[in-house]
Design a protein around this ligand. Structure first.
Ligand SMILES: CC(C)(COP(=O)(O)OP(=O)(O)OC[C@H]1O[C@@H](n2cnc3c(N)ncnc32)[C@H](O)[C@@H]1OP(=O)(O)O)[C@@H](O)C(=O)NCCC(=O)NCCS
Length: 164
């Protein structure tokens, strides 16, 4: 499974060769969440390994998002997330700090939503911290709506979702 290319973007599986770019995306200071722990190179290594396991086990993970001329934009894709004891398919996205605010996350996430629907996913969610307004906006722009508030990974989280 791989999302369809969009006007500006294409998708591919993440590999160990993406470590520098993944580290840059994950470790960038996040203006929307200034108090968040800084991600390290080791976090980026685990991120790539986790996604490669997910491709093998589930047929999906977070895929690399790049422009058609090969510029690394970030990642976007599908992972399995526990919400109050029940597994859900989540759409996730991360965009390089320098490339935010151009609609790229929304463009990628819309294609990921469509591949999820085509693969038979009946309900898609995005689990987002209350202070992460840009991420909530992306979720809304691809048609997800606030469904519930939960406690996850040590903090409050909002669950956006939609039937596909
Ligand atoms: C969330 C993220 C992927 C968005 O990427 P992006 O390419 O900038 O997203 P888009 O340009 O498609 O859309 C962003 C929207 O958020 C809005 N936005 C940005 N900052 C905002 C803020 N402080 N308050 C409210 N809305 C904000 C933008 O105006 C835009 O909405 P609009 O099109 O209605 O104007 C990016 O900020 C990111 O990588 N964040 C860190 C990783 C992360 O939090 N991922 C999600 C985990 S749940």
């Amino acid at each position: 499974m791989l999302p369809a290319p969009t006007a500006r973007l294409r998708f591919r599986e993440m590999t160990d060769a993406d470590l520098d770019e993944v580290e840059a995306v994950l470790s960038a200071p996040d203006p929307a969440r200034p108090g968040r722990r800084q991600r390290t190179r080791a976090d980026a290594e685990h991120w790539i390994a986790w996604n490669r396991r997910n491709y093998a086990e589930h047929g999906h993970g977070l895929w690399v998002v790049e422009t058609h001329d090969g510029r690394f934009v970030g990642d976007c894709g599908l992972t399995i997330q526990d919400v109050e004891g029940e597994p859900f398919v989540e759409v996730g996205y991360h965009v390089h700090l320098a490339l935010r605010g151009q609609g790229l996350a929304t463009e990628a996430a819309a294609s990921v939503r469509d591949v999820a629907r085509d693969a038979g996913v009946s309900h898609l969610v995005a689990i987002i911290r209350p202070e992460n307004l840009p991420s909530q906006r992306v979720a809304e722009k691809i048609g997800l709506r606030l469904e519930r508030r939960v406690f996850k990974n040590g903090g409050d989280a909002l669950v956006f979702g939609a039937d596909l």
